[in-house]
Design a protein around this ligand. Sequence first.
Ligand code: NAP
Length: 274
Amino acid sequence: MPRSSSRSLSSSGMSATSPAAQQHHAQRVALVTGAGGGIGRAIALALARDGLQVIALGRHADKLAATRALVEAGGGVCSAIVGDLRHSAWHAELAARAPRIDVVVHNATSFPVYGNLEEVPSNQFDEVHETVVLGPARICAHLLPAMRAAQFGRIVFVGSIAGTNGARRQAAYSSAKAALHGLVRSLALETARDGITVNLVEPGVVMTERVLEAIPEATRQALVANTPMGRPGRAEEIAEAVAFLASDKASYITGATLPVTGGLGLGLFPPTMG
Ligand SMILES: NC(=O)c1ccc[n+]([C@@H]2O[C@H](COP(=O)([O-])OP(=O)(O)OC[C@H]3O[C@@H](n4cnc5c(N)ncnc54)[C@H](OP(=O)(O)O)[C@@H]3O)[C@@H](O)[C@H]2O)c1
């Protein structure tokens, strides 16, 4: 484990003993990766609202602390783990030290430079696959034995419509998101008799800080214009889909891909063609 991750993991609050944490000890526990902002923060808030204890994971303590404060302001319970999904040495420790994890939402992603494949540095190609596919798969491998023993688990991946449809200037990102189709369906098959469901939510366009920074304005406008509903999604709308799949209401859904896109990607002719 990198030194910073080790220190952070050991001071993460996973064994929190605050009155609120004790009061909620029987609640389900959800690990949400990339929970320090954007869609991940909205997911953390939605799960906490639904009564789950949240463990927020990301690389920056300050961002996770802000999420934690928002969850607690709403009466929820949240702890934080600072960790980098690309570094696998602490994944086993995560499983060993978490008192219990019933729900895992793999939301974190890195974003390679927005450009054609030959413009993307190979380390960024590796980084997005490690963050989106390899790290989450390894974490699942560590958490699954306890979920099987409990005969309960909810695993939700946040992919992207780019993983289904492909996207120009996003080959590294799209290929990592596409790999989630195989991972989700295979895991769903492997866990179907154990009370565990594994599903994939694919957002369309949500104007998070990251999107505003990484995608040129003209491209953003074109994406919205080509979204049949004519507007971007809200982080909360993605979070509601995740919260549903994480709930008992979705007990008979596994191996599914749920687009939450306002219709983006449907049909042969985009709306801008008239
Ligand atoms: N916004 C959209 O339009 C859109 C569209 C389709 C799909 N999505 C998907 O929705 C999810 C959330 O996206 P977003 O727009 O909310 O972006 P975001 O705010 O940048 O969320 C990504 C999160 O992942 C964390 N992260 C990145 N690398 C990590 C690593 N190596 N280890 C641990 N955490 C890491 C980041 O936090 P730190 O930097 O603090 O670690 C960040 O909080 C992503 O899976 C994205 O692909 C978004």
